[in-house]
Design a protein. Structure first.
Length: 153
């Protein structure tokens, strides 16, 4: 399989488990180097069937029932009224209630979440965790640095 990640293209031998649709995106769980990986189908550039078979791979139904063992952290967000309207178009935030979103998020997904939240601008505030607040501050500073010589602040 040839796959385009955020930073590079990779060629890998994988054993796909199946394909499923969640939160507006098609995913393909697979086994690579004896560990489970989750690939976005829209980032798969090419896929070639091999003669190899791995009989230890679970079915898609079995895989989806498995408990996620990744370490998580509770994320709490507060949306403005306009932010709530914006969140309705984003499948990641389909559980916003009373302008708040609370969910357990795998630690390795915090940087992805920070970039996604930054697109909401001042329409969302990170209430917790501190690590995500710091990532948002870092993103804001990086954005400001692009314009530091363009106008007075």
């Amino acid at each position: 399989m040839t796959y385009q990640s955020k930073h590079s293209f990779t060629n890998s031998i994988i054993f796909p488990i199946g394909v499923y649709f969640e939160k507006g995106i098609w995913y393909m769980p697979a086994v690579k180097n004896e560990s489970f990986r989750l690939y976005r189908v829209d980032r798969v550039l090419s896929l070639q069937a091999l003669d190899e078979v791995n009989s230890s791979i679970p079915s898609l139904k079995e895989w989806l029932k498995q408990k996620d063992e990744r370490e998580t952290i509770e994320v709490k967000l507060k949306f403005t009224e306009f932010g709530v309207r914006l969140s309705e178009t984003d499948p990641h935030f389909n559980t916003v209630e009373n302008n708040e979103w609370k969910e357990q998020v795998p630690l390795e997904k915090l940087s992805f979440l920070a970039r996604k939240l930054f697109s909401f601008g001042a329409e969302v505030e990170v209430l917790a965790p501190k690590e995500l607040q710091e990532m948002m501050i870092k993103e804001a500073k990086a954005c400001l640095s692009l314009y530091k010589n363009k106008s007075e602040f």
